[in-house]
Design a protein around this ligand. Structure first.
Ligand code: ADP
Ligand code: ADP
Ligand code: MG
Length: 474
């Protein structure tokens, strides 16, 4: 039976979800708002609904309006994408009460895994290694100082409800801990509506390694191997790859981290697509960080190396259909994949730079996928996340993907706004990145962004040279 599935999101992920809904033979429904009257995702939607208002609070975060539209339009299921209401327990519960399917895990999993303190305790109970520090919330700077003394500095203060790299501060000594404690609590309350904070050991020179989970309602829980997301700015990912070059050929370690993720997913009776994030030290010991109970930005690289359509399977699982996958053994790593997040931001400062796009062209080679919401004339608004596209490459091995990605990034033209394309060009050619030996300190230590000015100069000279050549040919 055809189901009417509402995409409660915008941008590239709304397009990705729209494609999957249609491919499965269902009816895709999308929103437009007063802020974005003709969003590109509507091209992948069979029905368009006006979500009134301009700001995100009035629209994509407005549960009351969304719920009443769901009733009015007799929606069967809702895909939340990432961000917005994707990890909101209240939203998923409200839908459940209405008899509308939430395309995500059951509400209790969202609740437990959405709180970094509760999930840490759960992980500990399930025998999953966690970062040394407090498991529960801490009430005062003095309490944090006692724990910090035990585990040793540097420590990290972290908002239990945090996300998107926000609500975190590193403290190197007690003085800093004292100074930062109230600030993190205040930030946590204003950004996430929850002042809860935990303190944990700040792992030095670590790797961010995460495991993709896909599960159904019949207790089948599979992993689709790992991704490495250590190229980050402000604790936010910019380049991801699968499999992890740090784990490399250590199949024992790979199996261990993937099975640990499955163990945690089992402990919460997980029943959707989700990601278990770990931090891995230089000595390859790894600790649970958090679980994201939704589809993640970087899911395509896993799709590229395993061939598993994560969005389609997430939908199938929610609709009570059988997954495409029947056993863990079916899922294999075939080759390598890298994703560059294309953001409307200054390539050097990495700060958002909204504006209007007035030129967009792509010339890619074989093995490239571009998940994006870009068109000539698109106005990139400051209201939304600056990420406008994801350039994804796949190939036989890492070296081949690097080659493909370099050619593809050179063939990506976005005019009118600042983007981080130049930064990606530099990283894809940078020695440490190319060797695969990089940690989450990569951007702050190697500073590839310092090469932007020179790169731009060279490219301008090159453009000038080809235009002279064009003139000669004329
Ligand atoms: P990933 O999918 O790898 O976790 P991000 O951490 O960048 O990617 O998060 C995906 C999107 O969701 C981003 O747009 C980010 O700003 C947003 N986001 C993630 N967690 C939260 C949160 N707790 N509150 C608000 N926005 C969030
Ligand atoms: P978010 O919900 O914002 O994604 P995470 O807990 O996943 O928060 O952490 C985001 C990033 O911050 C990690 O990928 C890592 O780079 C860094 N980080 C988090 N916890 C630690 C830690 N204990 N030690 C070192 N780095 C950490
Ligand atoms: Mg995270």
């Amino acid at each position: 039976m055809k189901k009417k599935i509402l995409i409660c999101n915008r941008g590239e992920i709304a397009i990705r979800v729209g494609k999957a809904i249609r491919e499965l033979g269902h009816i895709s429904v999308g929103f437009w708002t007063d802020n974005e009257t003709q969003p590109p995702h509507l091209e992948y939607c069979d029905q368009w609904i006006h979500l009134k208002g301009s700001s995100n609070t009035e629209t994509y975060l407005n549960m009351d309006q969304i719920i009443s539209l769901i009733k009015e339009h007799k929606i069967d299921a809702v895909h939340p994408g990432y961000g917005f209401l994707s990890e909101n327990t209240e939203f998923s519960k409200k839908l459940e009460e209405l008899g509308v399917t939430f395309v995500g895990p059951h509400a209790e999993a969202i609740h437990k895994m959405g709180d970094k303190a509760i999930s840490k305790q759960m992980a500990k109970d399930a025998g999953v290694p966690v970062v040394p520090g407090s498991t529960g919330e801490i009430e005062s700077a003095a309490e944090a100082a006692v724990i910090a003394k035990e585990i040793g500095y540097p420590v990290l203060l972290k908002a239990v409800a945090g996300g998107g790299g926000k609500g975190m501060r590193v403290c190197v000594d007690e003085k800093e801990l004292d100074k930062n404690f109230e600030a993190v609590r205040r930030e946590a309350l204003s950004s996430f509506g929850n002042p809860g904070v935990l303190v944990e050991k700040f792992i030095l020179n670590p790797h961010h390694i995460e495991v993709q989970i896909i599960a159904d309602n019949n207790g089948n829980i599979f992993h689709c191997f790992e991704r490495e997301c250590s190229v980050q700015r402000r604790h936010q990912k910019i380049i991801e790859e699968a499999p992890s070059p740090f784990i490399g050929t250590d199949e024992k370690l790979r199996l261990e981290i993937c099975e640990t993720a499955v163990k945690l997913a089992k402990a919460v009776n997980y029943n959707s697509a989700g990601t278990v994030e770990f931090i891995m030290g230089e000595d390859k010991s790894f600790y649970f960080l958090e679980m994201n109970t939704r589809i993640q930005v970087e899911h395509p690289i896993t799709e590229e190396i395993t061939g598993v359509d994560l969005v389609a399977n997430m939908l199938k699982s929610a609709l009570g259909e059988e997954l495409d996958i029947k056993s863990q053994e079916e899922i294999k790593i075939l080759g390598h994949s890298i994703e560059c997040r294309i953001c409307a931001e200054d390539a050097h400062t990495m700060l958002p730079a909204p504006g209007k796009i007035n030129g967009f062209e792509t010339t890619f080679g074989q093995g490239i996928r571009f998940d994006h919401c870009i068109f000539d004339g698109l106005e990139v608004k400051p209201d939304f996340d600056p990420m406008i596209g994801k350039l994804i490459g796949r190939g036989h091995n890492r070296r081949v993907v690097l080659r493909k990605m370099r050619y593809a990034i050179d063939g990506l033209y976005i005019e009118g706004i600042k983007t981080n394309i130049a930064l990606h060009k530099l990283i894809l050619d940078e020695e440490k990145f190319v060797s695969g030996h990089y940690t989450t300190n990569y951007i702050s230590e190697i500073k590839p962004q310092d090469g932007i000015a020179d790169l731009v100069k060279t490219e301008n000279l090159y453009m000038k040279a080809i235009s002279i050549e064009a003139n000669i040919l004329d």
